[in-house]
Design a protein around this ligand. Structure first.
Ligand code: FAD
Length: 498
């Protein structure tokens, strides 16, 4: 195959969240002159988890013209204001990583600098008291306000989300072929993928292939032999047990992440059920013990059999190689602590669309895509590692190992800068902005030694007034918010579109 062959026929291998999101988005944005086929197996399950998201999901929903109420109805979704981290710093401790901003910042210094001085002078409450999202989560409140000042994401049923995306994709002309991919046929000279042979005997030809086959990475990993950068030394969790349970109480607007002796447990509340799971490292904990943690931690009747999922944290050495782009788990996985995988799926899709090789595959496009995805993935990895590394747990070897391990140079620089100056380095494309790093660093017990000198331009009285004003304004907004589940019910009932 000629590298500069026009790209007309796109083949997506795999129909999990990655496959159907790629199909729906490509078809509805640039699909007019493309012939898009998705091949999925009816025998091989999707990973079946991936139910907590980050706010960027709204961007892809805008592209796909998905109305929020339609979406929440279709996926039995709930709102998510952030994540409650329990036992992560020390046993019994907790903090909230919210999607919102804490207090008001100035051009030179974030709010935490003002808070540090106010706290020193006993004028300020705990840092979390200055985030509306945190207080709303604690009080189980949520609403769309007139000023739209709550930042949020969603919890969703991943199987139902796949169906929603499939419907959009098929409505936009995507053809679905059911069958197991048995063989990937490569072009003798170029080494590009030419076609997929299915167990049904069918041959599926294409110009550009998108590998969404999950952890198997059949196209990029197996056929094109693109290697894997293993991050297990920094992120040793390599397995999870997941189970769905019946809801016993109205859904709260946040994910719970509860640190255990050698791993952690998630709780994701949907309208009709709760998603539960235990993430652990088999080097520190047996599968039997993890299963016991899972079953003792649930508070509702199980609706499914507990399912064991094994993984290796890391990323493919290339995300795009020859005429194959990997999206989703086939390109790597950074464990689910901050619910970032679906975000990385949509980033890969958006980058692929913006660099789409209509006139033929060009190595410059491939390089740009790979650079971007590598950098976004590594930045997210460092943010996840931060939670594990910065803690004072000494009740298990797992936590001692994580505290003492070497982290990336970039993360070490972030930690040193924050500790010494309260400064956060932020890049334009970072998913987690200054406020996220500050909440997690302080939540995990790291307080800067000093605040920015601009804060001292304020008199004690002005600082006191400023801090009081932040508190009263948040309290006022908080009291106007209804209970999350009541708001959700009302919002869904009022919307007649679906
Ligand atoms: P899969 O869901 O595995 O889909 C693979 C597809 O390929 C399937 O359709 C399968 O049938 C098909 N396939 C495979 N082999 C063949 C073959 N030979 N022939 C034909 N078809 C084939 N992400 C988040 O954003 N938030 C979370 O809270 C979150 N939690 C997670 C918790 C855990 C424990 C794990 C492991 C992951 C979590 N993720 C989370 C990640 C999220 O689940 C995935 O990113 C998402 O589901 C996308 O998966 P996928 O489509 O890449 O792969």
């Amino acid at each position: 195959m000629n590298e500069h062959k026009l790209i007309n026929k796109v083949v997506i291998a795999g129909g999990g969240t990655a496959g159907w999101m790629a199909a729906a988005t490509i078809a509805s944005t640039i699909g007019k002159r493309l012939d898009i086929t998705l091949v999925e197996s009816d025998d091989i399950q999707t990973v079946g988890v991936g139910e907590a998201t980050v706010p960027s999901l709204m961007t892809i929903h805008q592209l796909l013209k998905i109305h929020e109420a339609d979406f929440l109805k279709a996926v039995n979704g709930t709102y998510k204001l952030g994540i409650m981290f329990e036992n992560w710093t020390t046993l019994g401790d907790k903090y909230f990583h919210s999607f919102g901003k804490s207090g008001k910042s100035c051009w030179a210094a974030g709010f935490h600098h003002f808070w540090l001085r106010a706290k020193e002078q006993r004028m300020a409450k705990d840092f979390c008291q200055y985030s509306l999202e945190t207080l709303a989560a604690e009080k189980n409140r949520f609403a769309h306000t007139k000023d739209n000042n709550l930042n949020y994401a969603y919890h969703l049923d991943s199987a139902k989300y796949g169906q929603l995306l499939r419907k959009i994709a098929e409505n936009n002309g995507v053809k679905r072929i059911a069958g197991n991919i048995d063989k990937i046929n490569l072009h003798k000279q170029s080494g590009n993928i030419q076609s997929l042979s299915l167990s049904t005997g069918k041959l599926v030809n294409g110009d550009l292939f998108i590998d969404c086959t999950g952890f198997r990475s059949l196209l990029l990993g197996e056929a094109l032999k693109v290697g894997y950068n293993d991050w297990s030394d920094m992120l040793p969790a390599n397995a999870a047990y997941a189970v769905q349970t019946k809801s016993h109480r109205p859904a709260v607007p946040y994910t719970r992440s509860i640190a255990l002796d050698a791993g952690w447990r998630w709780q994701i509340p949907l309208q009709h059920r709760v998603g539960n799971g235990v993430v652990f490292s088999t080097s520190f904990k047996s599968e039997e013990s993890a299963l016991e943690d899972l079953l003792t931690g649930i508070d509702g009747e199980p609706l499914t059999e507990p399912r064991l999922i094994r993984f290796t944290t890391g990323q493919r050495k290339k995300f795009w190689h020859k005429n194959c782009v990997s999206v989703g788990l086939s390109s790597g996985f950074i464990e689910p602590l901050e619910s970032t995988s679906i975000h990385l799926i949509q980033q890969a899709i958006v980058w692929l669309i913006s660099l789409f090789p209509t006139e033929g595959i060009d190595q410059n496009l491939i390089n740009r895509f790979n650079q971007q995805m590598k950098s976004e993935t590594e930045t997210i990895r460092d943010f996840i590692v931060l939670h594990y590394h910065l803690q004072q747990r000494d009740d298990h070897d797992f936590w001692c190992y994580l505290r003492e391990m070497k982290v990336s140079d970039r993360l070490q620089q972030m930690l040193d800068l924050f500790q010494n100056n309260g400064t956060i380095i932020e890049e334009q494309d970072d998913l987690f902005a200054e406020n996220s790093w500050v909440q997690v660093m302080m939540g995990q017990g790291l307080t800067p030694k000093q605040y920015h000198p601009i804060v001292d331009m304020m008199s004690d009285r002005d600082l006191n007034n400023f801090i009081r004003h932040q508190e009263t304004s948040i309290q006022k907004q908080l009291t106007s918010l209804p209970i999350h589940s009541q708001f959700l019910q009302l919002f869904l009932n009022q919307s007649k579109r679906f």
